[in-house]
Design a protein around this ligand. Structure first.
Ligand code: FES
Length: 159
């Protein structure tokens, strides 16, 4: 084998190895099942003892979201409404018009959006303003999270 032939063999082998490696990496990305958007999961939203019956109480929750290859922490505000017994309802604080955060107005017993004057009733129904649909309901439940005889009733919401 002369020098020219040896060099050609070396270059061709190197190019083939690099090409094969790149193909393997790209193939792994192309054929590996991508992780879709996270499905909702139950998140602890606080103790029932901190709630007042029929008074919406805001809770800011930090949740981890993953969409494909992208992972981020997001904050969601929900209003918890306890019936004073065994049921709690949760409403998203995100206005259904353009996404501003609504606030509970105890005087008028309505949720008010500061952006365009949207008003929602205590059940989330639109009372007035530009929103065309009610506040989103969030699944919520009460769980017993006691340890060694000290029962703590905890509100869980599904985000
Ligand atoms: S964003 Fe709430 S009324 Fe427009």
């Amino acid at each position: 084998m002369n020098r020219r032939r040896a060099l050609t063999l070396f270059v061709n082998t190197t190019v083939a190895l690099i090409g094969g490696g790149l193909t393997a990496v790209l193939g792994a990305f192309a054929f590996r099942p991508s992780r879709g958007a996270d499905t909702a999961r139950w998140v602890r939203a606080g103790a029932v003892a901190d709630l007042e019956p029929h008074v919406p109480v805001p809770r800011v929750l930090s949740i981890s979201r993953q969409d494909g290859w992208y992972r981020q922490r997001a904050r969601e505000t929900v209003f918890l409404v306890w019936d004073g017994d065994t049921t709690v309802h949760a409403l998203s604080a995100t206005c259904t018009h353009l996404g501003c955060q609504v606030r509970w107005d105890a005087d008028s017993t309505t949720f008010r959006c500061p952006c365009h004057g949207g008003v929602f009733g205590p059940d989330g129904a639109v009372v007035e303003g530009p929103p065309s649909r009610p506040l989103d309901r969030v699944d919520a439940r009460i769980e017993s999270a006691g340890a060694a005889g000290a029962d703590v009733m905890t509100v869980m919401v599904r985000l």
